[in-house]
Design a protein around this ligand. Structure first.
Ligand code: UD1
Length: 334
């Protein structure tokens, strides 16, 4: 079975390629490298001992997509490619709507032309907006607070409409909670350039000395220590969830959404303290104002994914912190 992975050199995409190859699937990647590096392809091959077909193209380019479908017998697609920075999406909404929607529509149109009607889509827990209660179930009301989140919600709607128009489609919408960690080899992981927006990349840059001090955004939330609580999930567990979703869509038609989270919530200070303990480093932090748009707490009810896909997260917060730092420490040794 051959899987096309859009955005396959990105953080979640690369880990998913590894898990697909380990599970015996063949992998074709399309990525324009706008936020990743070509070396990732060779790291995926090194980890798995298997070959990957790589196309350096934009998913908005329908002719490039047609070439890929002509040259490969694709059975299903996992669609990761897209812009993903919340703050940037607020400043450049048109860029986000144009890119994320155009690429998805191009992909779906070409899939339809080639009668490949099986897709897993990379959505986000951001589609739950500010939930009324916890843990979050898939049938909770959906809303968004920024253009990035709105592109995810619009695409979920497009996929549902597509399935309703043609029941031959088989679609898994995967709503990620907060992916962190890295592959245990230390070859692939996450370390964005510049000042990170997300918590774990920020903690890592303080640990390496690149940044001085973490700002903790608020300590007056309604949580056990006052700092924001999130459902952090190891990226390898998340990647394995994609393999289960692929198995499901190769077998059954339908269009369904699944939470990919652990079901456990940890606060900012829980994460900082765990990182310090398992990596034996100091993380200086300072309490700052709340960040606009943040909620007190967010964690999944992952039981539907277990029931329907047979998937659950296995790795704990210690492993997430250890692997995340291991990747950055090994970066200059590759
Ligand atoms: C954010 C996005 C979400 C996106 C996800 C990608 C929003 C509202 N949500 O989730 O749509 O899918 O990133 O991973 O933007 N924090 C600090 N200091 C920092 C950074 C973060 O204290 O320097 C705190 C935040 O206030 C929050 C927690 O850490 O309580 C996690 O923040 P972050 O890693 O940015 O993820 P989310 O905001 O949950």
């Amino acid at each position: 079975m051959k899987i096309l992975v859009t955005g396959g050199t990105g953080f979640i995409g690369s880990h998913t390629c590894v898990e697909l190859l380990d599970a015996g699937y063949e992998v074709v990647i399309i990525d324009n490298l706008s936020n990743s590096k070509k070396e990732v392809v060779s790291y995926i091959e090194r980890i798995t001992g298997k070959k990957v077909s790589f196309y350096e193209n934009d998913v908005c380019d329908k002719d490039a997509l047609r070439k890929i479908f002509n040259e490969n017998n694709i059975d299903a697609v996992i669609h990761f490619a897209g812009y993903k920075a919340v703050g940037e999406s607020v400043l450049k909404p048109l860029m986000y709507y144009r890119n994320n929607l155009d690429s998805t529509l191009s992909l779906l149109e070409v899939m339809d032309e080639f009668k490949v009607k099986k897709i897993a889509f990379s959505s986000s827990a951001t589609v739950y907006g500010k939930p009324n209660s916890l843990p979050i179930r898939e049938d909770f009301p959906l809303s968004t607070t920024n253009p990035y989140g709105t592109t995810k919600l619009i695409i979920e709607g497009i996929l549902r409409d597509l399935y309703n128009s043609d029941n031959d489609w088989s679609i898994a919408i995967l709503r990620y909670f907060n992916p962190i960690g890295a592959h245990s080899s230390g070859l692939i992981g996450e370390n964005p350039n510049g000042i990170p927006n997300n918590l774990m990349p920020y903690i890592i840059k303080v640990a390496t000395g690149e940044l001085d001090c973490l700002g903790v955004f608020g300590n007056d939330y309604d949580t056990h220590d006052g700092t924001g609580v999130r459902d952090y999930i190891h990226v390898v567990d998340l990647a394995k969830g994609h393999v289960k979703a692929i198995k499901k869509i190769l077998k059954d038609n339908g269009c369904d959404a699944y939470n990919l989270g652990t079901g456990k919530g940890y606060s900012v200070l829980d994460l900082v303290n765990t990182f310090k303990k398992v990596n034996d480093v100091d993380i200086k932090y300072q309490i700052k104002e709340r960040r606009k748009g943040d909620i007190d707490a967010c964690y999944a009810d992952p039981s539907y994914a277990y029931e329907k896909l047979g998937w659950k997260a296995l790795k704990d917060i210690n492993e997430m912190c250890k692997d995340a730092y291991n990747y950055v420490k090994k970066e200059d040794r590759k």
